[in-house]
Every structure is written in C-alpha cells, then in structure tokens.
Design a protein around this ligand. Structure first.
Ligand SMILES: [Zn+2]
Ligand SMILES: [Zn+2]
Length: 402
C-alpha cells in the first residue's frame, strides 16, 4: 500500500465522504442515543464488505486483516446539545443538537479509511480494529466500550485517534501529532449542595441562610490552589455555576455550586487531593454556619497520555503522505497539555496511544470559530486526507511491528 496511490484512492472517495458527513451533520444525535447514526455507519461498513459488530450501549467495531498485532482506529459519533447557528446549507435539522465538535467529520473519515483498508486487506501485515464510539462529550462512551471488551478479541497493541480542529491560523489538511506524554488534562465535575433552613427575609434569625455559607465556601476553596497544591503539580478547578434563591425577600433552603477539576497528573493524585479538600472544606465551613454540605463528584475523564515511541512512528507515517509534513503538537503547545479533555484518554491508560489534530478550516480563510461554538464551520474538503492518514498509519505500523 503506497502512500501516493493511497491518497489518490482516498481522493476518489471524497464526494461520498462529504455526502456522509453532511447527512450526519443534518441529523445530529447526542450521547448514547445514536440510532440513525449507527444505522448509517453500519450500512456503509457492510456496503464496503466489513462485518460491523455492535459493542456496548451504542458503539460499533469492525475488523480488517488478521495477524499477531492489532491497531485500533477510533472515531466518535456524538453531537452536542446546542442549537446550530452556523450559516451552512446542510444545517442541523434536529433542534437543540449540533455536530459542533466535528464528530461527523471523524465518522466520515474513518468510514473512508475502512473502505480503503478493506480494499487492501491482503496487503495488511496484521489486524486493524475500527471503532465508532458514542457519548464522547459526556466522557462515558469510551469507558463503556472498554468495559464491553474493546481492547480484547483480538487484543489491541496500539491505538490512534484524530480530532479535527477549526479556527486556527493554519491551512486545512495539516496534521498536528502529539509528541508523547500528557497532551490533554483530566476533567471531573463536582456539585456541592449546601442545606440550610429557608424563611422570610425579614426574620433571618429564624432561618439558617445557605447563601452565606456557600459564599464562604466559594472563597475558601480558592485557598486549595494557593496554599495546598505543590507548585510543581498542575491542578486547576473552577466553580462555574452558583445557584440559590428565587426572590429577594426569601431565604432559600439550599444553595448549589457546580464546577470542574482539571489536572495533568496521569495517576490523578492531584485530583484526589483537590477532591478530598473540596469535600472537607465545604463540610467544615457549612457546619460553622449551621448548614450541611454534600459534595458529589462525577463524569471523571483522565488526562490523555500519549506514547512517545508510537507518536514518533505516526509522525513519520503521516509525513509520508504526499504534500504532508506533520507538525509536532508539543512544539505548537509549548509542551503544555491542552485544556479540553477527551475520553479516548481512558484507552490511552491501557495501551500505547497516539492522538492528533487535523486542521479543517483556517481562521485566515474565514473559519473564525472553533469547536463547541454554535457558529463553528468545518472545511470538509480535507476528509479524504483524514481517511488516507488513518489507513496509511495503520498499515505502516503493522508493517513495522509485526
Ligand atoms: Zn467536544
Ligand atoms: Zn470532540
């Protein structure tokens, strides 16, 4: 499978890939509720001669080739629960849902790669496991697939994912390959409920005001950052939502706070410390003000850990495609982890993993918005480049490691 021919073959598929992507874009689905998306993906894979198997709550896997080693290629399929504001002719027809993270692009690209790999199956030196996962945006799809046996039968030896990105001042169709190490932070949500005793605003002594306690908790939590974290560790958390009360003259029963914790610690020791202290400080301060605080943590996603050797190999493979010279992501990011989390991180803690970005819309060409903005647009003229890269990196990795 030569890189030049592969790219040409991928280019022939371009129109089909755009059709698939725009069909998905018009009918976005979220979380695990991906009925129509799954049907389309399944139909296409069967049309290409593969035998897709449903996995977990709403995922699919398909195998191409066979042998001792297996590489996993992954696309996520879920959209965001937002209204699309982008001015595109294939705008979302599902109110309140939008492919604003580009997962429609990922799905189309991986379908293209599946077709290319199937056509070259006899040349593969090992097995390629193709994964379509649900619920990335809520960090539940990847753990659900893992719990359902994603990395076994056959056992997976290496894993790769591509995420499109728009709004950067880089031409479309360029790969930014992770350089190894932590490339995105962990993420975990917290919710603090402070319970007091409601009453009339004119008689505060007959009530127990949860707003006062919550306000003191909010200020005190900031001391974790300034006084308790090791200066060499990275840990940041933000209470982004604070709700209490419904009228100016009523003391409410409860006050609530929601926030997120992010760290770059693969073992999450920093996250555990932050968690423990958020709970302790909230309960202690609530008690001082005669209230009770309950803290819960949920939707944990670890930081993404990319394998240095695999990243180096994939950087080389991607750069073999004509017209392509991969960019080292760590050079662009200054070696720092990006803020956005990614649930493929769960896989990255199990098997050597590489992640990369594919630019799909330059800010210099009018693609002003980035992922998750309701106005974001992606340049889908580069879909075939993503398909060729997926297929090429898989076949090259198998060639060099089997
Ligand atoms: Zn997203
Ligand atoms: Zn995404």
């Amino acid at each position: 499978m030569n890189a030049e021919n592969l790219l040409k073959e991928a280019e022939v598929l371009q129109r089909q890939l755009v059709d698939i992507r725009r069909t998905l874009h018009q009918a976005p689905e979220v979380g695990f509720e991906l009925d129509e998306t799954l049907k389309l993906v399944e139909r296409k894979l069967e049309e290409y001669g593969l035998q897709p198997q449903r996995m977990g709550r709403a995922g699919l896997v398909a195998l191409v080739g066979s042998g001792e080693k297996t590489i996993l290629l992954r696309a996520d399929m879920d959209a965001l629960p937002i209204d699309e504001e982008a001015d595109v002719e294939y705008k979302s027809k599902n109110a309140g849902k939008m492919h604003g993270c580009g997962h429609d692009m990922h799905t189309a690209m991986l379908l293209g790669a599946a077709k290319l790999l199937k056509e070259h199956e006899s040349e593969l030196k090992g097995c390629v496991k193709i994964e379509f996962q649900p619920a990335e945006e809520i960090f539940q799809g990847s753990p659900d697939m893992l719990a359902s046996g994603l990395l076994e039968a056959p056992h997976v030896d290496a894993a790769a994912m591509i995420h499109v990105t728009a709004g950067m001042p880089l031409p479309s169709g360029k790969f930014l390959v992770a350089g190894g190490g932590v490339t995105s932070t962990s993420c975990e949500q917290y919710h603090i409920t402070v319970k007091g005793k409601g009453g009339h605003g004119s008689v505060p002594h007959e009530s127990i005001d949860p707003i006062t306690a919550a306000a003191h908790i909010h200020i005190a939590l900031a001391e974790i950052n300034s006084r308790e974290l090791d200066g060499n560790s990275f840990g940041v958390f933000t209470t982004g939502c604070f709700k209490a009360g419904s009228a100016s003259n009523i003391i409410p029963d409860t006050a609530e706070m929601w926030g997120t914790i992010r760290t770059t610690d693969p073992e999450n020791k920093t996250g555990e410390l932050i968690r423990k202290r958020i709970s302790e400080i909230s309960s202690g301060i609530a008690a001082a003000y005669r209230c009770q605080a309950e803290t819960e943590f949920y939707d944990y996603c670890p930081c993404m850990y990319t394998d240095p050797a695999l990243c180096k190999d994939v950087f080389k493979y991607v750069s073999e495609l004509p017209g392509q010279r991969a960019i080292d992501l760590s050079a662009v990011s200054g070696g720092k982890a990006g803020g956005g989390s990614e649930d493929f991180a769960f896989v990255s803690h199990e098997v050597p993993t590489v992640s990369m970005f594919l630019t799909a819309g330059s800010s210099l060409d009018g693609y002003r918005y980035s992922q998750h903005n309701p106005k974001v647009r992606f340049d889908d003229s580069i879909l075939y480049v993503g398909s060729a890269a997926f297929a090429h990196l898989a076949s090259r990795w198998l060639e060099e490691h089997c």
